[in-house]
Ligand binder design. Structure first.
Ligand code: WT7
Length: 627
C-alpha cells in the first residue's frame, strides 16, 4: 500500500487511471473482510450512483482495532493531551482502545440501539468521543458528530434531519481558560427533537447538570459492567458509516454520507502515502473530530494504519503560545498536521516559543482546510520544520472523505501555496464555465473530478436530489468541488478558493445564506447580506451588512448568529447600513459588498445602473467609520 518513491507514485498513478478497478481491488484486499468483495466499482455521475466493493462484507472497526491485536496489542494507539497540562494525561494501547470501544458498544446495544440507528455525538475532544465514534461503527449505527461549538438550534436541526435516536454528550467542555456548558445546550435542543430516546452524559467539567429521568444517563452507568468483546456487526461495504453535516451555498447544512468499505480503503491509503507514515512514528492531527479532518485523519485513517497518535483536547494558545511545540517535544511527534489559521495565529508570536522545544523528531508537516499564504508556509517550513521537513498541503473536502491533491511527504516536489499532484486514483480536471477543459497552465477553472474514488460521498442524507444538484449538475458527468484552481507548468495544482457563496473561516465552512438567515431572525433587522473578506489570521472573516433599526441592532445580529448557528460563525464585522445595493430586478449586488468589505471601494466601477445607486456612498462611509 505504501509508495516508497516518486517513481512508485508515478507508476501507481498511471495504473490507477488505466485500470481503476484493478488498482483499488488490490489495495482493498489488504484489509480484513468478513466476506470478500467480487464487484469493485459501479458508477454513474448522472444519478449519481457510486458503489465500491458492493458485495463485500466488512466492519471498519475490525480493521481499526481487531486486525491490530495480533501484532500491536501493546502499542500505544492514542496519547491523549488534556486541555489543562496539569490534568492527568491518558493513553491507550490498541488492546485498551479495543476494550473501551467494546464497552461503549455493549452499552449502546443494551439500550436497544443498533444497525442503522443514527446517533449524534456532541462532545469535547476527550477519548470517550473517539470510543463513541468507533462504538457506533462497531454496532452498525450511523454516527453524526456535531462540533461542540454549534448552538442548540444548529444541533436540533442536525438531530432532526438525521432522525437521531440518541445523543452522547458531556456536562461541558474546557477550552483554554474557558468552561463552556454542553448539556444545557442539548437540553434546549431536545425540546424540539422527538426522535431522541436517550442522552448519555460524560463528566468533563464537573459542573452540576440537570438529568431528565428516563432519558438521561450518566456515562458510567451506561458502560460500567459492559466489558467483554462486542462482535463487529457485519456491514455491507456500502452501508452508511457516518453522516457529517457541512455548509453549502444554499439552504441548511447537508448531511454528507460516507460508507464502511470505500471510506476505509481511501482514508488508510491516503494517510500512509501522503504522510509517509512509518512504523514507530507519532502522528498528530490537531483537528477536532467534529470536522471531517478529525474523522479521516484521527478517528479512522491513522488507526487503520496501526499508527500511534496524539489527540488534543485544548487550544494552541493555552496556557501559552508554545503549547503545540511543547506537546510535539513531549511525545516525540514525527508528523504534525494542522490548519493555516493556526500557523498564522502562532507565527505572530515569533520564533522563540518554537525554539524553546526540541522538535528534532519532526519529519513531515501538513496543512489543510484553506489556502496557505506564502508567509505562513515559509515560517512553518523554516521555523517549525527547521528547514528540513517537507510540507504536504492537502486539498480535500468533507465530501471527498480523504485527501485528493497533495504532495507525498518527502517524495514529491513542493511549492508554497500549491497542493501539488493528485493522489493515485484521483482524476482532476479544470473546466471553464461552458464545460470546456483547460489543458494549458495558468488558466483558472472549476476544479472537478471525472472518475469516482472509494471515499466520494454517496448521497446527502434524506435528499439525494440535493446531492445531484450540488455536486453533479454544474458540469454533467463530473463531481464539482465548488473551488477554483489553476495548474502550473509543472502540473501542480494551486487552489484559488471557493467560487460559490461559501466562506472559509479558519478552515471551517459556512454558507452566506445560512448566516443571513440567522441574522434576519434578530428583532431589529430588516434585511442583511453577508460576504467574506481577507482576514490576517482566519483566512476569511465574516462581514455582515445589516439594514435595521435600534441602537443595538449590530449586537442583536451577532447574538442571532451565535444562537442560530454557534459562536464559530459569529461575524467579525457588522456594518449597519441604510440599504443594500440592488439590481433593477431586486438582486443584491454582492460584488459591490465584497469590494467594500475588502477595503477596495475605489474599484467599484460603474454603479449607476443599480436600483439604488445612492446607497453605495453610504456603505463606503459606514465601512470607513467602522474599519
Ligand atoms: C473546502 C472544504 C477537508 C479539509 C477540511 C475542510 C478548502 C481544503 C484546502 C487546501 C486550499 C483548501 C476548499 C474546500 N480547502 N483544503 N489545502 N488548500 N483550500 O473541509 O469544511 O469540507 O471544506 O476547504 O475550499 O472546498 P471542508
Amino acid at each position: 500500500m505504501k509508495l516508497e518513491s516518486l517513481n512508485a507514485y508515478e507508476n501507481a498513478y498511471r495504473r490507477s487511471v488505466e485500470d481503476p478497478e484493478g488498482f483499488w481491488a488490490e489495495v482493498a484486499r489488504g484489509f480484513a473482510w468478513q466476506k470478500p468483495f467480487t464487484e469493485v466499482c459501479s458508477w454513474d455521475f448522472e444519478g449519481p450512483s457510486v458503489r465500491w466493493f458492493a458485495d463485500g462484507v466488512v466492519n471498519i472497526t475490525e480493521n481499526v482495532l481487531d486486525r491490530h491485536l495480533a501484532s500491536r496489542a501493546g502499542q500505544t494507539a492514542i496519547h491523549w493531551e488534556p486541555n489543562d497540562p496539569a490534568s492527568p494525561r491518558r493513553s491507550f494501547t490498541y488492546q485498551q482502545l479495543h476494550d473501551e470501544v467494546c464497552r461503549v458498544a455493549n452499552g449502546l446495544k443494551a439500550q436497544g440501539f443498533g444497525r442503522g440507528d443514527r446517533i449524534v455525538l456532541y462532545m469535547p475532544m476527550v477519548p470517550e468521543l473517539l470510543f463513541a465514534v468507533l462504538a457506533c461503527a462497531r454496532i452498525g449505527a450511523i454516527h453524526s458528530v456535531v462540533f461542540a461549538g454549534f448552538s442548540a438550534h444548529a444541533l436540533a436541526d442536525r438531530i432532526n434531519d438525521a432522525g437521531a435516536v440518541a445523543v452522547l454528550t458531556a456536562d461541558g467542555v474546557q477550552r483554554g481558560a474557558k468552561t463552556i456548558p454542553l448539556k444545557p445546550v442539548v437540553d434546549e435542543a431536545l425540546g424540539g427533537c422527538p426522535s431522541v430516546r436517550k442522552v448519555w452524559v460524560f463528566p468533563c467539567t464537573g459542573e452540576p447538570v440537570g438529568m431528565e429521568a428516563g432519558r438521561d444517563v450518566a456515562w458510567a452507568d451506561a458502560v460500567d459492567g459492559r466489558g467483554g468483546v462486542c462482535p463487529a456487526e457485519p456491514m455491507n461495504a456500502e452501508d452508511p458509516l457516518f453522516i457529517l453535516y457541512t455548509s453549502g451555498s444554499t439552504g441548511k447544512p447537508k448531511g454528507v454520507v460516507h460508507t464502511h468499505g470505500g471510506y476505509m480503503v481511501y482514508t488508510a491509503y491516503s494517510f500512509v502515502n501522503v504522510f509517509q507514515y512509518s512504523e514507530g512514528d507519532v502522528f498528530w492531527c490537531t483537528a477536532d473530530i467534529g470536522w471531517i479532518t478529525g474523522h479521516s485523519y484521527l478517528a479512522y485513517g491513522p488507526l487503520l494504519a496501526g499508527a500511534t497518535q496524539v489527540m488534543f483536547e485544548g487550544v494552541p494558545t493555552f496556557p501559552d503560545v508554545d503549547r503545540f511545540w511543547a506537546a510535539c517535544a513531549h511525545y516525540g511527534v514525527t508528523h504534525f498536521y494542522t490548519a493555516p489559521t493556526a500557523i498564522r495565529a502562532l507565527m505572530v508570536h515569533g520564533d522563540e516559543p518554537v525554539k524553546r522545544h526540541d522538535l528534532s523528531a519532526l519529519k513531515v508537516l501538513g496543512t489543510v482546510g484553506e489556502p496557505i499564504n506564502d508567509e505562513a508556509w515559509h515560517w512553518y517550513h523554516r521555523v517549525v520544520g527547521e528547514g528540513r521537513c517537507p510540507i504536504v498541503d492537502t486539498f480535500w473536502q468533507t465530501e471527498t472523505g480523504g485527501i485528493m491533491l497533495s504532495g507525498l511527504g518527502g517524495l514529491s516536489p513542493m511549492k508554497p501555496g500549491h497542493a501539488g499532484y493528485p493522489l493515485p486514483g484521483i482524476q482532476p480536471v479544470l473546466l471553464r464555465a461552458d464545460g470546456s477543459e483547460i489543458e494549458a497552465a495558468g488558466e483558472e477553472g472549476h476544479l472537478c473530478f471525472k472518475h469516482p474514488w472509494p471515499s466520494i460521498l454517496r448521497t446527502t442524507w434524506g435528499d439525494h436530489e440535493r446531492c445531484r444538484l450540488t455536486y453533479f449538475s454544474t458540469h454533467p458527468g463530473h463531481y464539482f468541488t465548488g473551488d477554483g484552481a489553476k495548474r502550473d507548468a509543472d502540473g501542480m495544482f494551486r487552489i484559488i478558493g471557493r467560487v460559490d457563496d461559501v466562506i472559509n473561516v479558519s478552515g471551517h465552512r459556512f454558507g452566506t445564506a445560512e448566516i443571513e438567515e440567522a441574522i434576519n431572525q434578530a428583532p431589529g433587522v430588516v434585511e442583511s447580506a453577508v460576504v467574506g473578506y481577507p482576514h490576517d489570521i482566519k483566512g476569511q472573516g465574516i462581514c455582515a451588512f445589516v439594514v435595521g433599526s435600534g441602537t443595538a441592532v449590530a449586537q442583536e445580529a451577532c447574538d442571532s448568529v451565535v444562537e442560530g448557528i454557534g459562536r464559530v460563525a459569529r461575524p467579525d464585522r457588522v456594518l449597519v447600513v441604510p440599504g443594500l445595493p440592488k439590481t433593477r430586478s431586486g438582486k443584491i449586488m454582492r460584488r459591490i459588498l465584497r469590494k467594500i468589505a475588502e477595503g477596495r471601494a475605489d474599484e467599484l466601477g460603474d454603479t449607476s445602473t443599480l436600483l439604488n445607486p445612492e446607497v453605495v456612498s453610504a456603505l463606503v462611509l459606514v465601512s470607513k467609520q467602522t474599519a
